[in-house]
Design a binder for this molecule. Sequence first.
Ligand code: CU
Ligand code: ZN
Length: 189
Amino acid sequence: MQAVIAAMAAQAVLTAFPSRPFLFYPQLSPTFTPISVAVAVETKKAVAIIKGGSQVEGLISLSQPTNGPTTVNVLVTGLKPGPHGFHVHEFGDTTNGCISTGSHFNPNKLKHGAPEDKIRHSGDLGNIVANADGIAETAIVDNQIPLSGPNAIIGRAFVVHELEDDLGKGGVELSLTTGNAGGRLACDL
Ligand SMILES: [Cu+2]
Ligand SMILES: [Zn+2]
């Protein structure tokens, strides 16, 4: 991945404010279940804005009810039509450009895979697919990217890649680390 990073990358850094107050707002929105009287379900929410040196930009909004999966609503524009690897990377750090976001978020020390695989990085969200207009719009529901707790993705980064993620099945060395998804599209805010 590193060799092609300079190319273009789209990524958003999930920051738990205060340094980047516009990037990420965790909010607790209490909602009440209709049946139980005293049970409140807290849904955590977050928003990340993707922007970069290329024309790739977009908005990612996340929500997670207590102990439930995280829903990631993705809208990215300016992409080449087709699939693009989409991951949570380790560090919400762009001081050295996209390379500073490190590898795929991988708290369980496993190999790269598809979102539905048992063996995968927690940050492996597969591909988002851009249509003929270069727009990728999708909703991803995933259990391994919580917004709180020890494996929370707060403080990490979303990265959209130049190429398709082969989901660990490409048969080349990079398949098992990065999905061979090529450069990171557009970098930083
Ligand atoms: Cu990636
Ligand atoms: Zn991975």
